[in-house]
Write a protein that binds this ligand. Structure first.
Ligand code: HPA
Length: 284
């Protein structure tokens, strides 16, 4: 029996609250929909919408462009649980809070995390509106979400991260994009705590150490998903370029560009979900 203050106990309380809204619901895929990318949740069939405020221990976003609700239902015939909006480290929440939704998805049964975000493109080949698939990340947030006591029931003390982004799901993402008539690039994503955008010197440094894109989320959620044994696939929308003569980043244009890319983004995510194979027994 977990102590009533433990992370496991909080996850269980939140899971029980969700089961109260949607008895016996078991999602296969957890979706995190980032800035301006939340519209896919409106396409979920037979939706049960639960505002974050009705779920114990669920952190609530303070940022414009991040509606806060869970949407449970089916997409392309698969049971999904979508976070329409996420909370960020820069809002002042701690790592355990910002990754709580992933813990919750896992507890409810999701075996795969499909994560999305808005990013700045540092690689010269990336332009606003491009969609990319994350092949690896550099966690430059200065903190790891697994710091602190480890609960062995949730995952191992020292989880490997060398293959955090599932190879087969990345291949699937490329195939789906090709069928839809566009090219997805594979990128290394660098996560910062924010909320300030990057200086020119930082961008130069990040490019030098091998990063293609930069953003203020995702790495913590992916670390927690992998800790819990979930498969991960992550798609980013490049909302602004950070190279050449383009060095502007501001929140309004980030959200606007993400929304403009919405239709292509939604088609890609739907295609990935439709074709997503079940994981091997080990990952269930
Ligand atoms: N920097 C950091 N985070 C971001 C950016 C950026 O340029 N664009 C979208 N999210």
């Amino acid at each position: 029996m977990a102590d009533s203050n433990s992370l496991s106990a909080r996850i269980q309380e939140a899971a029980d609250a969700i089961s109260g809204h949607a008895p016996d619901w078991r999602p296969e895929i957890g979706l995190i929909l980032g800035s301006g990318l939340g519209e896919l949740a409106d396409e979920i069939e037979n939706p049960v919408r639960i505002p974050y405020s009705q779920i114990p221990h669920m952190p609530i976003s303070t940022v414009h462009g991040h509606a806060g609700q869970l949407v449970l239902g089916t997409l392309e015939g698969k049971p999904v649980m979508a976070c329409q909006g996420r909370v960020h480290f820069y809002e002042g929440y701690d790592m355990e809070q910002i990754t709580f939704p992933v813990r919750l998805m896992r507890a409810l049964g999701a075996h795969t995390l499909l994560c999305t975000n808005a990013v700045g493109g540092m690689n010269d080949e990336l332009m606003p509106g491009d969609l990319v698939v994350i092949r690896d990340h550099i966690n430059y947030m200065g903190v790891n979400p697994l710091r602190g006591e480890n609960d062995d029931n949730l995952g191992p003390r020292f989880p490997p991260m060398d293959d955090a982004y599932d190879f087969h799901l990345r291949e699937l993402a490329h195939d789906c994009a090709k069928k839809l008539g566009f090219r997805l690039r594979d990128v290394v994503y660098l996560a910062l705590s924010g909320p300030s955008y990057e200086t020119k010197a930082e961008i130069k440094f990040f490019r030098t150490i091998g990063a293609d894109t930069v953003g203020m989320s995702t790495a913590p959620e992916v670390i927690i998903a992998r800790h819990g044994g979930m498969r991960v696939v992550a798609i980013s929308c490049v909302t602004n370029a950070l190279h050449g003569s383009y060095h502007e980043a501001d929140h309004e244009s980030v959200v606007r560009q993400a929304k403009e890319s919405g239709p292509r983004f939604k088609s890609l995510l739907r295609a990935i979900i439709e074709k997503m194979p079940a994981p091997t027994a080990a990952a269930r």
